[in-house]
Design a protein around this ligand. Sequence first.
Ligand code: GDP
Length: 298
Amino acid sequence: WHDKLLGGFRRTSDRLVGNLAGLGGARLDEETLDTVEEALIASDLGPATAAKVRDRLAEGTFERNMEELGIRLVVAEEVEKVLRDVAKPIGIDAFPRPQVILVIGVNGSGKTTTIAKLAHLFLEQDYAVMLAAGDTFRAAAIGQLKTWAERIGVPIVTGPEGGDAAGIVWDAVKQATAIGTDVLIVDTAGRLQNKRELMDELAKIRRVLGRLNPAAPHDVLLVLDATTGQNALSQIEVFKEVAGVTGLVMTKLDGTARGGVLVAAAERYGLPIHAIGVGEQMDDLRPFDAREVSRIIA
Ligand code: GDP
């Protein structure tokens, strides 16, 4: 797993190191500090973290020249501080069961794959898992989730294309309760193009859930594609407003140089980051370790 993680953040790290290249050994005057700050922003780490690193470097302890490695160490420390507060695996502690996890995100973000990965993870932890195919707008989404469910070996509740998502959720909670399911993971339609409809649909799902269990949904997980960089941040903004996001999963950190956006998201929104995706297979999702990730990034 560490190798995958390393591979996953390699390009992000290469970019950051590239942006900082040549700054080592220079006197840390205002100009150099500005350049460091800009380099960090250009690496998607977000303005707040960049400013903190700048302040640390300017503290005076570093009046002398500083080698590149020293700068990176300060970056790693500041990144770790930000990530430490948000790195939280999803705990399964709902009573009564099932714990209902609503998964939201735009199409293509990796929502379906993330649901499969989560199901696999919970199964590995000996929880009884069920899926609900609440994205009824795309026949492909239903089929894809079904295929995953069969592969992983978990039950799934589906309905026809264009069917009523809230109805599927109702059936799923009933069935999950009847057979003692611990975790019910619900896929939803990711149509951000029509905010009103999306909002109405999510509100309806929430009403149905609330009638069966006032505490549900226990989690509203937003799936974000790291390759979209700053765009991922505006998605948090919108989904927070329409869906009441409780936590994030960032996908596709493998093969992107924009992994720094993870830090920007953490800094700006403080939402728990439950897991990160570094590949297309079902075991390519793991809770992440703030220290490990920060050391890789910088
Ligand atoms: P959805 O439309 O949001 O449900 O997205 P999918 O789950 O179908 O994923 C879209 C594409 O992204 C698929 O080809 C997935 O295999 C791929 N994908 C999802 N997560 C990851 C990831 O963490 N890394 C990589 N490399 N690909 C991913």
